[in-house]
Design a protein around this ligand. Structure first.
Ligand code: HSE
Length: 434
């Protein structure tokens, strides 16, 4: 039997403790599957005395993660601290430079510094594994890095944030308020330390930037992801979507176009009976279109201690077996510079909700602006506010358009806003026929 693989874990939050729990329960299974023992030798976190509900007495304690990362005591540095810079960045760089393999769940770090870190890992002939960084427990990185490499990929999309999917699902199913459901997601350990990272769409965008690189052989480019979060989705939108035969999901989509790559994260309406609409709660899904394989969709838990730690463990077992592959499939030096597609060239149907003053001529003015942009309406419904009458109170107008260019919708909404009949911001949600 070969020598044990010695690891150091930095970050003892939900995922770190989840990983220790797997070791405690599956020590023998892990050794049998990996062909050698994997031993936790050291741990590091901010506060040594925090009550974490796990016995850490057998491990060497480092108050400085960067010091642990380069320590001769370990072969693999497991980074579960999070954040694109600071201690996470410093410690991962230190580990790679010291010739240690790295396993991380840190999507922000890789979305921002992926090319450089991949080059460093390859230079030192070590692994940089990050299955847990993309869609929690779903084995999508491994699938793309290994199983689907014989394909040219044209599109990758999915539900990439468990917290948002949990919130949207429960808003529809239970009609509970947004903040209340977010609190549940935090208690369950799904949400990021700062939940605006989740609900603002940034966490999904980090993951999408990595999927884009794996799909198209380009350097990860987070700054080129168009991002909208779910903060402005109201119960009214959820109900209108349901009445119209759709569900609202926070979608991440990356596709190759004639002018370059389009990466976007935003709420979208998907047909209620589509496979993606059925992905509910904290579950994520990732769909890849390859030229030979066709459409592949993987579904599973996207967040939480067990699923995320399960992915970390899979990465560790790969290293124990001696499997080291380039982090982004192609060698880092061969990753192409990212080229962005023309913006706002997205073409599709749109849901539009306008809260307007209820006056004669408002609907006609709106219809005129839509016609000016050559936007064809599929349906239009006007509802008076509760207790409203025809000349004083507000009204809500909900429209569904036929396929049109995003820029035309934006121009029409700008013209409608200029007329001064709107109360608040117009709502626009893209409709995706997936
Ligand atoms: N906060 C993330 C989510 C966890 O809700 O999906 C994994 O990135």
């Amino acid at each position: 039997m070969s020598k044990p693989l010695k690891i150091g874990i930095a970050g003892l939050g939900t995922v770190g403790i989840g990983l220790i729990n797997i070791f405690n329960r599956h020590d023998e299974i892990i050794e049998a599957k990996a062909g050698r023992a994997i031993q936790i030798k050291a741990v590091s976190a901010r506060d040594k005395n925090a009550n974490r509900g796990a016995d850490l007495s057998a491990y060497q304690w480092f108050s400085n993660a960067t010091e642990m990362a380069a320590s001769p005591e370990i072969d693999v540095y497991v980074e579960l601290i999070g954040g694109e810079d600071g201690i996470a960045y410093d410690s991962v760089v230190a580990a790679l430079k010291a010739g240690k393999h790295v396993v991380t769940a840190n999507k922000a770090l890789l979305a921002h510094h992926g090319s450089m870190l991949a080059a460093l890992a390859e230079q030192h002939n070590v692994a940089l594994n990050y299955e847990a960084a993309v869609a929690g427990g779903i084995p999508i990185v491994k699938t793309m890095r290994e199983s689907l490499t014989g394909n040219e990929v044209s599109r990758v999309y999915g539900i990439l944030n468990g917290t948002c999917n949990y919130i949207l699902t429960l808003m529809e199913q239970e009609g509970r308020p947004f903040d209340d459901i977010l609190k549940d997601a935090q208690d369950e350990g799904y949400a990021e330390a700062d939940p605006t990272t989740d609900i603002g769409g940034f966490d999904a965008a980090h993951k999408l930037a990595l999927l884009t690189s794996l799909s198209f052989g380009t350097q990860p480019s987070f700054k080129d992801v168009y991002i909208e979060g779910i903060e402005d989705i109201t119960s009214e939108d959820i109900a209108a979507a349901r009445d119209l035969g759709y569900r609202i999901k926070l979608l991440g989509m990356s596709q190759m176009t004639d002018s370059g790559i389009e990466q976007r994260v935003h709420p979208a309406m998907v047909p209620k009976h589509s496979t993606i609409a059925e992905v509910s709660g904290v579950t994520n899904c990732v769909a890849v279109k390859g030229d030979f394989v066709g459409d592949v969709m993987l579904t599973g838990p996207g967040a939480g201690a067990g699923p995320t730690a399960s992915s970390v463990m899979g990465d560790l077992i790969d290293i124990a077996r001696g499997l080291v592959v380039p982090p982004f499939i192609n060698p880092a030096k061969d990753l192409k510079p990212y080229k962005n597609a023309k913006t706002r060239a997205h073409q599709g149907g749109y849901y539009i909700r306008l809260d307007v003053v209820d006056q004669i001529g408002v609907l006609a003015a709106i219809a005129t602006h839509m016609a000016e942009q050559k936007i064809s309406l599929k349906s239009i419904v006007q509802k008076l506010e509760e207790g409203g009458n025809t000349d004083k109170e507000g009204a809500t107008i909900v429209m569904i358009t036929h396929a049109t260019l995003e820029q035309s919708i934006r121009d029409a909404l700008a013209a409608i806003q200029k007329d001064g009949h709107l109360v608040g911001k117009p709502q626009m949600i893209r409709i995706e026929q997936l």
